[in-house]
Design a protein around this ligand. Structure first.
Ligand code: LLP
Length: 414
């Protein structure tokens, strides 16, 4: 459930007409609803009636206002870069609730994590373990570590966002992981505290989660036999949302399935949800520039693949809705942006409202991996992010300017 609803044929975000925001900030822009973000965070977090930390996956939506909102609700952060760590700290996330994932952390990033006192590093290779040990030794501190194991489970999602198969670059093959734990246990500056596992994103079934947890449980049993006891189990993120007609499990059903499997494990659960919390809490608002009939009907809007990459990158579906409903009805069209590539589309052969130049459209379910994946391609300034709370709205990131585009660039003087 989200708070983007029509009242008198007009799309509102909570109590604010989307059209009013467009009039003030211009288009395109991302728009998030505080009530929806809060509701989704709580629905997820409160579903787990066991010791746990909900570490929001920063990459899904990394604006500091949103990270701050979740921190205020008791959330932590899952980060994958020094930049995300910087954001999380600026947003007021408790470092003791930050977990650091990712296959390629640099020495500088490892140091930043240690200096910040984060909860744990999810280590993905033996070489990374040695790099961390060295940094920790230089600093004279102990590094809290969990290893991300790869359980070789098919998450049944898009190949680009499937991460738990043996052929994926992520984690340490579960059958090889015991040796790595034994090695780590002997290292003076490494403190082994956990096991982690993240098999993919936009999962619409519970069974892959359960299958991987069962494999991880067996592995934790092997660790115990080797005298290695862990206190944290990180199950990653991945729970899907409805973009179109998907029917993903609700957080409560997911939590219930995990609870059953957690029986007997004396661990604090770490969860790294991203999309399920923010995906349907945000939209992208864009304006129709032109329409034309070529080989098919094209609706040319002022947002492009640089603003929302998901349709081009994954062939992802996003519903397109009018900001003001009319009597015109719908048509099948491609909604395309101004970027000079045929791959630049927000919708292809999709049922969309019949529009005219100047009309506003809402690209639904854009809260996750929307702005956070935006780029400046074609030298397009990135769009603003706006947060509604009740009858108020706040620009939480202003529109970039042309000057912003070249800030940091210099012409060598000869
Ligand atoms: N934890 C780890 C280690 C991850 O790699 C990810 C996502 C998450 C948690 C959060 O997953 P979520 O709950 O959001 O599914 N750009 C793609 C999604 C990439 C997901 C990458 N990792 C998209 O737009 O569909």
């Amino acid at each position: 459930m989200h708070h983007f609803e029509y009242k008198n044929k007009e799309l509102y975000c909570e109590s604010v007409p989307v059209r009013d925001i467009a009039a003030e900030v211009g288009t395109p822009f991302y728009l998030y609803s505080t009530a929806t973000l809060t509701r989704h965070f709580k629905a997820f977090d409160e579903a787990f009636a066991m010791p746990h930390v909900t570490c929001f996956a920063t990459k899904a939506c990394s604006n500091i206002a949103i990270l701050n909102l979740f921190a205020g609700l008791g959330g932590g952060a899952d980060i994958v870069s020094g930049g995300e760590l910087f954001r999380a700290l600026k947003a007021g996330v408790d470092p003791r609730k930050i977990v650091y994932s990712g296959v390629g952390k640099s020495v500088e990033e490892l140091r930043f994590g240690l200096e910040s006192g984060i909860l744990m590093f999810n280590i993905e290779s033996v070489q990374e373990l040695h790099a961390l040990q060295k940094v920790a030794e230089d600093m004279g501190v102990s590094a809290p570590v969990s290893f991300r194991v790869n359980p070789d489970v098919d998450p049944k999602t898009h190949a680009y966002i499937s991460t738990g198969l043996a052929k994926n670059k992520f984690g340490i093959p579960i059958q090889d992981a015991l040796d790595v734990y034994v090695t780590a246990q002997k290292m003076q500056y490494i403190e082994v505290i956990g096991v982690s596992c993240h098999i993919g994103s936009q999962l619409t079934q519970i069974s892959p989660f359960v299958e991987s947890l069962q494999k991880v449980k067996i592995f934790i049993g092997r660790l115990a036999k080797a005298g290695i006891h862990i206190s944290h189990l990180d199950l990653g993120g991945g729970l899907g949302i409805r973009y179109d007609s998907e029917d993903p499990p609700l957080p409560a059903a997911y939590a219930e399935a995990i609870k059953d499997e957690m029986e007997g494990l004396d661990c604090t659960l770490i969860l790294e949800p991203g999309r399920v919390i923010v995906g349907n809490a945000g939209i992208l608002v864009t304006k129709v520039l032109y329409t034309k009939q070529g080989g098919k009907k094209f609706v040319i809007v002022d947002a492009g693949m640089n603003d929302l990459a998901r349709p081009s990158l994954y062939g992802a579906y996003h519903g397109i809705q009018p900001v003001v409903e009319t009597e015109e009805g719908n048509e099948i069209a491609d909604v395309v942006g101004p970027i000079c590539e045929t791959g630049d589309f927000l919708a292809r052969g999709q049922e969309v409202p019949i529009t005219q130049s100047g009309d506003l459209l809402a690209v639904m379910s854009s809260g996750a991996y929307g702005f956070s994946m935006a780029s400046n391609y074609n030298s397009r300034p990135r769009v603003p992010e706006v947060l509604v709370d009740g009858d108020q709205f706040y620009v939480i990131r202003k529109r970039e300017t042309y000057e912003d585009l070249i800030a940091g660039e210099t012409i060598p003087s000869s």
